[in-house]
Design a binder for this molecule. Structure first.
Ligand code: URP
Ligand code: ZN
Ligand code: ZN
Length: 466
């Protein structure tokens, strides 16, 4: 088993920062040591990585991705192979992707289909949530079996009637099951029934541009659904994790619930922190690149999101990576915004955008690691194997150059999509060398990993509830 010594870096975790050498034996971190102690390891080391002037941070945990997800008559353009490789380049070493139940079918069939897509091709480790698209007696029983297999979180949709939508009764029943089996219900909180009325009215009035997507998916309808989801979770006695929160009014609902001491958690995504309805309104159909749900909001919402991230009313930043090419996919919605496939690319950009947020004074360096690594690992039952730098944990490590400057561009990114949502943005800070379970998968910007290195991670239940 290879022994690796990472020397001279500032080790940053959610809990502390200290100069230490990191000793890796095989797949795990075995010690954090002062340089004179680590000296004794030098002769036995197979690889020594110089981390002078660098941070040594845990590999990012992106708890919300959709590799090759079918949506709106097309399929998200990153496969598990291309998407996990791009994640590695961006300093993320674990993804939790969403397996989907088909309506009329079982959770088993959906999960097996996602295992088949991911097995043997991933560059980094991966786990699954399960999307409940058809809650019925069989589904509810199957939830228990999936929890035993390490799929311990279940997403439901209050949006997309006729596709992925669950009604309040179905949601309540699934939450009751989760209260019983320890799973974490996740919610796409938007009032999809009301939104569909507004979509039909907008199209009938000839309002077909991408920016109308943001206008009909109103902040109030996100807040209303968030409120309702919290109420249903209270009645069921289950915890709740609200995904891709974008509206200030929805953050208010989370704050109120958390002030009552409820096990309610919120996630937001870089697109809501760094982009806005101004991007959705770009001319010549360019706004389609920014169509996702929940939608981008006016920039005024961003201060509430940053405040929520600081106060822990929002506890996780994931990407909701769901890329569709501008040419051939996003343009399915020319002349009808409701046909634009929903989703943005970002799995490669998250760690750097959040590091930029540290430099810009929005969050602290440790909070960066907490939001992007430690809390998602804890929330989804992977800690301390993932999400920190500690003896006994997986050697998923990033040697991060906090001074590297670069310009984000589709011309240089590794995601399989023909545009970048952050094209032209100058960022400071970049993953330099990335280890996944002790194997160097990115070496100073060069890919050294291989498809199939990444393994499926069965997860424990949410560690905030034990
Ligand atoms: O627009 C989005 N978010 N696409 C992915 C599916 C979802 O709702 O998370
Ligand atoms: Zn969603
Ligand atoms: Zn999503």
């Amino acid at each position: 088993m290879a022994r690796t010594l990472i020397r001279g870096g500032l080790v940053v975790t959610a809990a502390e920062e200290a100069y230490a050498d990191v000793l890796v034996d095989g797949t795990q971190v075995v010690a954090l040591a002062a340089p004179d102690v680590a000296e004794a390891w030098l002769p036995g080391a197979d690889l020594v990585i110089d981390a002078t002037d660098r941070y040594v941070i845990p590999g990012g945990v992106d708890a919300h991705t959709h590799m090759q997800m079918p949506f709106g008559g097309t399929v998200a353009s990153d496969t598990f192979e291309t998407g996990t490789r791009a994640a590695a380049f961006g300093g993320t070493t674990t993804i939790v992707d969403f397996a989907i139940q088909s309506v009329g079918s079982t959770l088993r069939a959906g999960l097996d289909a996602w295992h088949a897509k991911a097995e043997g091709v991933c560059a980094i480790d991966y786990a699954f949530h399960m999307i409940l698209a058809d809650v019925n007696d069989t589904t509810l029983n199957e939830m228990d079996l999936l929890v035993d297999e390490g799929v311990t979180s279940f997403k439901m949709f209050m949006a997309y009637p006729g596709v992925l939508y669950s009604d309040d009764g179905q949601i309540l029943r699934a939450m009751q099951q989760a209260a019983h089996n320890g799973a974490l219900p996740m919610m796409h909180a938007e009032n999809g029934i009301a939104i569909d009325v507004l979509i039909a009215q907008a199209l009938a009035a000839g309002r077909t541009d991408p920016r109308v997507h943001g206008e009909v998916r109103k902040a109030l309808l996100e807040a209303e659904a968030t409120h309702r989801a919290i109420a249903l979770a209270r009645v069921a006695g289950s915890p709740l994790y609200v995904v891709h929160v974008s509206a200030a009014e929805a953050v208010e609902e989370l704050t109120r619930a958390r002030d009552l001491g409820l096990n309610v958690f919120g996630e937001t995504c870089p697109q809501y922190l760094f982009l806005s309805t101004e991007d959705l309104a770009r001319p010549d159909f360019e706004g389609a690149k920014y169509v996702c749900s929940t939608p981008l909001r006016p920039a005024e919402h961003q201060s509430a999101l940053w405040r929520g991230l600081r106060s822990n009313d929002l506890s996780v930043v994931s990407t909701d990576h769901c890329p569709f090419c501008f040419v051939g996919q996003k343009d399915l919605g020319r002349g009808d915004f409701s046909k634009i496939p929903n989703g943005l690319p970002g799995v490669e950009n998250r760690m750097d955008l959040l590091h930029q947020a540290v430099l810009d004074g929005h969050i602290s360096r440790r909070r960066w690691i907490e939001l992007a690594c430690a809390t998602p690992a804890r929330m989804f039952g992977l800690y301390p194997r993932k999400g920190t730098v500690a003896p006994g944990g997986d050697a998923d490590l990033v040697v991060y150059d906090p001074a590297a400057e670069y310009t984000v561009s589709a011309a240089t990114h590794h995601m399989n999509v023909d545009y970048s949502a952050y094209e032209g943005r100058r960022l400071t800070g970049r993953a330099e060398t990335v280890l996944s379970r002790g194997t160097v998968v990115v070496d100073r910007g060069r890919y050294t990993g291989h498809a199939g290195h990444g393994a499926f991670l069965p997860r424990a239940t949410c560690q905030y509830l034990t």
